[in-house]
Design a protein. Structure first.
Length: 637
């Protein structure tokens, strides 16, 4: 009906123009023969009606109508067609007899031509066309058949045949029109179905099936859009990344189903805490991205991110257990933090990396100082890749002190690197770079070989402590090469202690466990370094074949003024005894700290108070000049 209405309203003004033209012609031929009110007055009323209807339809040409409005319009048009058909036909027949036969012939011609023209103008409104034909043709045929004039009777019969043909043509045309509209409707329906499927596919392609959040693809596309808006308006835009701390241990300990529930709950908390001005997406794994439009000042933004981290750190209740994960975040702000979308995203990732390095549960904003550090680390990586490690790497040794023997019982080997281009590079920088770019295995092999060469010169009761990175302990190939170097050196494995951080072991707990068992079988001691600041649980620690626990120096700094710090140290020492492990305290810098720890029962210590890292020759000289280095210290290993 909408299609009928739309097609009809384009032609209906022509219908009224034709009516006016034909009526005007008939009126002029009868203006002398017929009464003035009939020849002129009645047509004038018709003209007014036609003008009003033309104006009405012209206003409707571009109006969008509903199916209900179309149906109402078609019904009113059909009724009006009947009324006007009667009116025009009745007026024309009322002129019969006022003039001669030519005037009467004009009346027959007028009715025949007008009815055919009107029916064609109403071709898209079949009911109105058929009714109009019947309403006009019936009185016309009866009237002229009864005149007794053979010519008029022939005209009536001829017009009946013509109208019958017109009706047939109009019916066929309307059928084709209906089929065309139905075909177009089906095409439109298919297009709508395709658009719906396309929208659904687009949604699936841009959303994360597990959490329901947007995915990485959508995030990067939205970042381009929001950045363009910010560049146009001159506003601030923040781009950030959340990374969960301790998620892998939860996933390993309780299974992937529990890990999925953790990710779903994290997504829910992010959505609840962040407002409409924040776009959130799961970038992959346990990483989530956020885009903040009209970002507030840096300090306020950092406070807001810290609040989100606090929310994510709350326990997550799973069936039978309460899992606890943390989060670290890095973010960059347009325009100070970068001008391009990819640049902002990469700098947010760099800030996240530094947040992880600085301490879990923190958020870091990308700044110019950080940009300088990143540039420096890039230079460090280039130099490290091109370095002659055997020539440029060296090892120093920090004393390990025994309170009971009042002397040195061993040394911890520490890496040093001096490059011709950059000079001396801090160990925390080049080790982090080596781990990130996959060079840690080769670096560890060089340092281990150098450390063993120097340790072979020591008295046989002194121990060597060597640090392994997360990459070393999770790589069976690297560990095999290190053990081969140990075997070739003929250094007693019982004099060796390998130190690992909690994080290093928990990155791949199962692989670490297998490699540690292999180490332990050779009689090598295993120390858990920086204990108390990682993400491990007692349920995981007790599975590890460790022989020593090193208490992190963060608990020692305030031990002379903070009772809580003393209680933590005492608790860790009790834990070490229960696990049948030796306890070592590191980071001791003053005599007061050493005395307090000694009163708590600490027997093995390390720190600047007992000696700073020494060059190999200086370390050997100190051992030779020390009277406290006794063979009885062998039992410590």
């Amino acid at each position: 009906m909408v299609a009928q209405y739309s097609a009809f309203r384009k032609q209906v003004p022509l219908l009224y123009v034709m009516l006016v033209a034909n009526t005007l012609a008939l009126s002029l031929t009868h203006i002398v023969a017929a009464p003035l009110w009939l020849a002129v007055g009645v047509p004038m009323a018709f003209y007014v009606i036609c003008f009003v209807r033309v104006v009405h339809w012209l206003r409707q040409r571009n109006v969008v109508i509903s199916p209900e409005e179309a149906a109402a319009g078609l019904r009113s048009t059909t009724l009006l067609s009947i009324a006007l058909g009667f009116a025009f036909c009745g007026w024309a027949l009322s002129l019969y007899g006022y003039g001669d036969q030519l005037h009467d012939s004009h009346i027959a011609f007028y009715i025949g031509v007008t009815i055919i023209g009107c029916m064609f103008c109403l071709m898209h409104l079949r009911a109105a066309a058929f009714i109009l034909g019947i309403v006009v043709l019936t009185p016309f045929a009866l009237f002229f058949l009864m005149t007794g004039v053979v010519v008029f009777q022939a005209i009536a019969i001829n017009l009946l045949l013509v109208i019958a043909t017109v009706i047939y043509v109009l019916n066929a045309n309307f059928r084709d029109f209906s089929q065309l509209i139905d075909s177009r409707r089906k095409v439109l329906q298919k297009q709508q179905d395709m658009q719906r499927l396309l929208a659904e596919n687009q949604k699936l392609a841009n959303s994360d099936s597990l959490t329901g959040l947007a995915n990485r693809r959508w995030f990067l596309a939205q970042l381009d859009i929001e950045l363009e808006k910010a560049q146009t308006s001159g506003g601030r835009l923040a781009v950030g990344i959340f990374d969960l701390d301790g998620f892998k241990p939860v996933n390993d300990a309780y299974g992937h189903a529990a890990g999925d529930k953790v990710l779903i709950e994290v997504a829910r908390r992010l959505e609840n805490h962040c407002g409409n001005a924040v776009h959130i997406a799961r970038l992959g794994g346990d990483e989530f991205g956020f885009i903040v439009t009209n970002a507030p000042a840096d300090a306020t933004l950092q406070e807001n991110v810290a609040e989100v981290i606090q929310q994510l750190s709350q326990p997550i209740h799973l069936p039978g257990v309460a899992a606890r994960v943390g989060a670290s975040a890095g973010f960059a702000v347009f325009p100070d933090g970068g001008q391009a979308a990819q640049e902002l995203f990469e700098r947010a990732a760099h800030a996240l990396y530094h947040a992880k390095q600085a301490g879990r549960g923190t958020c870091v904003l990308f700044t110019r100082a950080l940009a300088t550090e990143i540039a420096y680390r890039s230079l460090v990586e280039q130099e490290l890749r091109a370095a002659d490690l055997d020539k440029e790497m060296s090892v120093v040794f920090q004393p390990l002190w025994s309170v009971r023997a009042n002397g040195i019982y061993g040394f911890e080997a520490l890496a040093r690197w001096t490059t011709p281009a950059l000079g001396s590079v801090r160990p925390d920088i080049f080790i982090a770079v080596a781990e990130r770019c996959g060079l840690m295995g080769g670096l560890s092999e060089v340092m281990f070989r150098k450390a063993l060469v120097e340790a072979e010169r020591w008295p046989s009761h002194l121990l060597l402590s060597f640090n392994l990175s997360a990459k070393d302990i999770s790589s069976t190939q690297t560990l095999t090469r290190l053990l081969t170097i140990l075997e070739e050196s003929r250094f007693d494995p019982h004099r060796l202690i390998l130190e690992l951080t909690e994080t290093a072991m928990l990155e791949n707990l199962n692989e670490a466990f297998r490699n540690l068992e292999r180490i332990r079988e050779l009689g090598i001691g295993i120390a858990l370094d920086d204990f108390g600041v990682g993400q491990s649980s007692l349920g995981q620690v007790h599975r590890l074949p460790i022989s020593k626990i090193k208490i992190d120096q963060s608990f020692v700094r305030e031990i002379d003024s903070n009772g809580v710090a003393r209680n933590i140290v005492r608790t860790i020492m009790d834990l070490a005894r229960n696990l049948d492990c030796t306890c070592i305290v590191e980071g001791i810098e003053t005599a007061e700290q050493a005395n307090i720890l000694s009163s708590l029962g600490c027997e093995l210590m390390q720190g600047y108070y007992f000696g700073r890292p020494l060059e190999p020759t200086a370390a050997l000289e100190r051992v030779q000049s020390s009277e406290q280095a006794k063979p009885a210290l062998k039992a410590i290993g």
